[in-house]
Design a protein around this ligand. Structure first.
Ligand code: HEM
Length: 458
């Protein structure tokens, strides 16, 4: 057996507990001691090599796709959200599913969502009461959930739409603290009969969501006029090489994973963005200045191209990427990465957080400095908040568009401040890294446009 890179020798259970409870400290301590490539040993996982050198990340992302499986490393997700979605697949089935899912998330189709995103941001903003604190992560979750329901299901209203929203929130909120998140990592805790357990709550919510998805699929089968250009409709008419449609179970699992992957990540990143922009007045002022130069009622796609706004979003995704690691990649055959030989059945993952904090790439990496992205172009192996290679996040373009439009719309229309006396720290929330407490903010007033001033003046 080929020797694995060095790594911590602490017992596997202790390493898993450290990874769940204090993931940044776990990563930083080990990177300091063992360098760019170290082997983690955690209960329930195969030998797990975390790499952070851009060259290693490049070799991982550009390797022949036959060499690695990523789907089977996602079994933690499968036990919750079904085992037939894209994240669980490998090989040709994975390739086929990506081809099916990609178009609605890119190109011209994406532009058609821009106006709806701005409208949804306006709608949620208009519900904030002056001087009353609110949790920005929750507000962002409402926005991104509404966006994903429209994009994936084409649903904008109706009973099913109203039922779906609170259920998805309930499901994800069951894992909101590191303690609750631990239920995902320990199989023995995943028992529906433990009363009040996060696992039980999550299972109950997913069961109800599956029932709604089944009803929606059946309705569309019986009423073809309900089919639109949303993702569910596209998947229902798709056929494989043998002319077979997707089974209902496949359809439901795919919808479920898009609902989950498609909004929690973006909402959390937006909460971080609001935090940084309001924590650093010079960043806020620069951003407001850039937005003001656009004039009134700018086209959303013009907004999305603003350089400083883009840099703020990139820096937000760099400093605390919601996903600390890419999916694990398990070697199918012997593989060499940076001249290190790996036997089959070894799991490797790009460590997004550690690469994003390399001082050789990002000097003073703990400082939030959007200018880095204006002064230098980073490669896809130096900056990769959305992963890469054949598993690159399907929704990255939608997520970036949403981030820019929501930030721009809210900042242009509302005067917000961070609520006093709060310490915001990165903390595990399910599989993601979120701001503790969700970032409490206060809406201090609505900005009035010149047009509105004229109207008021009569
Ligand atoms: C800020 C927001 C988001 C972040 C940071 C993010 C990050 C990621 C990361 C790191 C991966 C793993 C990639 C790899 O292993 O190389 C991933 C995969 C994925 N993401 Fe996202 N994501 C975001 C938003 C979205 C959205 C909006 C959607 C869709 C609606 C989405 C759908 C997916 C899917 C389906 C995969 C699995 C791809 C595959 O297995 O081939 N994500 N994402």
């Amino acid at each position: 057996m080929t020797k694995l890179p060095n790594g911590p020798k602490t017992p596997a259970l202790l390493q898993l507990i450290q990874w769940i409870s204090d993931p940044l400290n776990y990563l930083e301590t080990n990177a300091k001691q063992y360098g760019d490539m170290f082997t983690a040993n955690m209960t329930g996982f195969p030998p797990f090599v975390m790499v952070s050198h851009p060259q290693a990340v490049r070799e991982l992302f550009t390797a022949d796709t036959q060499q690695f499986d990523a789907g089977r490393t996602n079994n933690l997700l499968g036990s919750l959200f079904g085992d037939r979605s894209i994240v669980m697949l490998d090989g040709d089935r994975h390739k086929r599913e990506r081809k099916l899912l990609m178009p609605p998330f890119h190109g011209e189709r994406l532009q058609t969502y821009a106006q709806s995103i701005s409208n949804i941001a306006h709608k949620i903003g208009s519900q904030w009461q002056k001087n009353k604190p609110f949790i920005v992560r929750q507000a962002m979750q409402e926005i991104t959930l509404e966006v994903i329901i429209q994009v994936v299901f084409g649903l904008k209203e109706g009973e099913r739409y109203q039922q779906l929203k609170p259920l998805v929130t309930e499901m994800l909120d069951s894992l909101s603290s590191p303690f609750e998140a631990s239920f995902m990592f320990f199989k023995f805790l995943q028992k529906p009969w433990i009363p009040g357990s996060p696992w039980r709550k999550m299972k109950q919510a997913t069961k109800k969501i599956y029932a709604l998805l089944a009803a929606e699929i059946e309705d569309r089968r019986n009423h073809p006029e309900l089919m639109g250009d949303d993702i569910l409709s596209l998947m229902m008419v798709a056929r494989d090489e043998a002319g077979e449609p997707m089974s209902d179970q496949e359809l439901k699992d795919e919808m479920m994973i898009l609902l989950v992957a498609g909004h929690e990540t973006t909402a959390t990143t937006l909460a971080w963005a609001f935090y940084w922009v309001h924590h650093l007045p010079e960043v806020k002022n620069k951003l407001l200045e850039e937005l003001a130069n656009l004039g009134e009622n700018p086209n959303p796609m013009t907004m999305a191209k603003l350089p400083y706004l883009s840099a703020v979003c990139q820096e937000t995704l760099r400093i605390y990427p919601v996903g600390l690691l890419t999916f694990g990649r398990i070697t199918n055959s012997p593989v060499s990465i940076m001249e290190h030989e790996f036997d089959p059945e070894i799991m490797l993952a790009g460590c997004i957080y550690l690469t994003h904090h390399r001082e050789d790439l990002y000097p003073n990496s703990k400082q939030f400095k959007p200018e880095r992205f204006l002064e230098r172009q980073y490669s896809a192996y130096e900056f990769y908040p959305f992963g890469g290679g054949n598993r690159l996040c399907i929704g990255y373009a939608l997520a970036l568009l949403e981030m820019k439009l929501v930030l721009a719309t809210i900042l242009s229309n509302y005067e917000l401040n961070l609520a006093p006396n709060q310490t915001v720290k990165p903390e595990r929330r399910g599989f993601t890294l979120a701001p503790s407490g969700g970032v409490k903010m206060i809406m201090q007033g609505q900005k009035v446009t010149t047009k509105e001033l004229v109207n008021v003046g009569g």
